[in-house]
Design a binder for this molecule. Structure first.
Ligand code: ADP
Ligand code: MG
Length: 395
């Protein structure tokens, strides 16, 4: 189990506390399209503000590659956060500006720094830059699990070079607690993996095969597995170059006695004509497989019966279009009834759960993205390693 120091372990009362958050939100024309990541930080911010801490927020946004890029400014995020907190949020455009503003910061006040990735030193984990960030506060809290797989100035350097006492915020703690339950699962442990690209998820699939008792494959992901088995896929989304990997994964799964469920039937479509076909019969020429069929959902239900732990990543169909969300919504309904410990991850999977008001179907929505997948491989993440407790349990 990963034992990290918690924000509750440190004397934050009236202190200046630097908090690394992940405010890398989707923006369109200066509007925030999804504020989940901002909301995820509210518990830690509330905790600090109640204790009269002065909070200095650090984040990145997008990939400005070390240069100031106006459309990647965090200023709209500061405004949005004001709305959520119902309090003014100060904003510092430059480090000089931040250094000036922290001097006047009052207990309970919040200051957000401009996009850290405007500075090339951030991603280089530059010692001098890290020390300069650290000098803005007295305590460092990492509440950005999703960037903790990167050794950057604001995740690692600030502790490594800045020497601040450090701890994890509530959002990071929750993420680690949930993912630890997948790393050391109660069995049976069943993973459901869908989504669009095998190549993106290959490494995590490899690692999952080592840990799970059941592996349910759906979505475009499953198409490539079916292709590897010699099925006809018509015009479906497939990755022929990943066929070999798919085959190897199946072999590995069978060798480990993992119960693999591939689609028995598929919802296929061609120019508005929608039908269900047996996977074995093949997808007719010109048709695309866009969802799992009802028989497959039934097979999923059986495979999930009695599961003690479930991890779901990736939609089972083209969920953005009617009616190809049905397989995924059906799965969410099965999960909602399950007594297993359930974790869902992946931007599109979580968006689907929100859109159909099915967020209660899982115990934890993992916002970690790439960091979660690395964590689930069993690798310790550099940004979390620096927050680790001593063997004696002491911070
Ligand atoms: P997540 O973001 O949850 O990790 P991915 O990004 O891997 O998931 O995949 C999500 C995308 O996969 C969605 O846009 C969805 O429409 C697409 N998808 C899933 N199944 C299919 C399919 N059978 N055909 C085409 N697209 C699919
Ligand atoms: Mg996605």
């Amino acid at each position: 189990m990963t034992m990290v120091v918690s924000v509750e372990d440190l004397p934050v009362e009236k202190r200046s506390v630097l908090v690394r958050v992940d405010y890398n939100v989707p923006l369109r024309d200066g509007r925030i399209e999804d504020d989940t990541r901002i909301r995820a930080s509210l518990q830690t911010l509330g905790y600090l503000r109640e204790r009269g801490a002065r909070t200095i927020l650090l984040s990145h946004l997008g990939r400005p590659k070390g240069k100031v890029q106006k459309d990647l400014s965090l200023r709209p995020v500061a405004r949005h956060l004001e709305g959520l907190l119902g309090e003014p949020v100060l904003f510092a455009e430059t480090l000089e500006d931040a250094e000036e503003k922290v001097k006047h910061l009052q207990p309970g006040q919040v200051l957000l720094l401009e996009n850290l990735r405007f500075h090339p030193e951030e991603e280089k984990n530059d010692p001098a830059f890290s020390r300069r960030l650290a000098s803005l506060g007295e305590i460092f809290i990492n509440d950005a699990f999703s960037v903790s797989h990167r050794a950057h100035a604001s995740t690692v350097g600030i502790v490594q070079y800045g020497g601040l006492p450090c701890a994890a915020g509530f959002s990071l703690l929750k993420e680690v607690a949930a993912l630890d339950r997948l790393l050391h699962p109660q069995r049976p442990f069943v993973a459901v993996v869908g989504g669009a690209k095998i190549s993106d998820k290959l490494e995590s699939l490899q690692a999952l095969v080592d840990r799970v008792d059941g592996l349910l494959l759906g979505g475009a992901m499953a198409n490539t597995f079916l292709l590897a088995l010699g099925y006809e896929l018509g015009d479906s989304l497939v990755e022929p170059e990943a066929r070999g990997h798919a085959w190897d994964l199946l072999q590995k799964a069978y060798a480990r006695d993992v119960r693999v469920v591939l689609p028995d039937d598929l919802v296929v479509a061609k120019a508005g004509d929608i039908r269900v076909v047996e996977a074995k019969a093949g997808v007719p020429a010109g048709y695309r497989a866009l969802d799992i069929g009802p028989k497959t959902l039934e097979a999923y239900r059986q495979a999930l019966q009695g599961a003690a732990t479930v991890f779901w990543n990736g939609p089972l169909g083209l969920v953005e279009e009617e009616p190809f969300h049905e397989g995924s919504v059906g799965l969410a309904r099965i999960l909602a009834e399950s007594s297993a410990f359930r974790v869902a991850g992946g931007g599109d999977s979580l968006a689907l759960l929100r859109r159909f008001h099915l967020t209660h179907a899982v115990d934890h929505m993992s916002l970690g993205g790439g960091a979660s997948l690395e964590y689930l491989r069993g690798d310790s993440l550099p940004g979390i390693q620096v927050l680790q407790r001593g063997k004696d349990g002491q911070p």
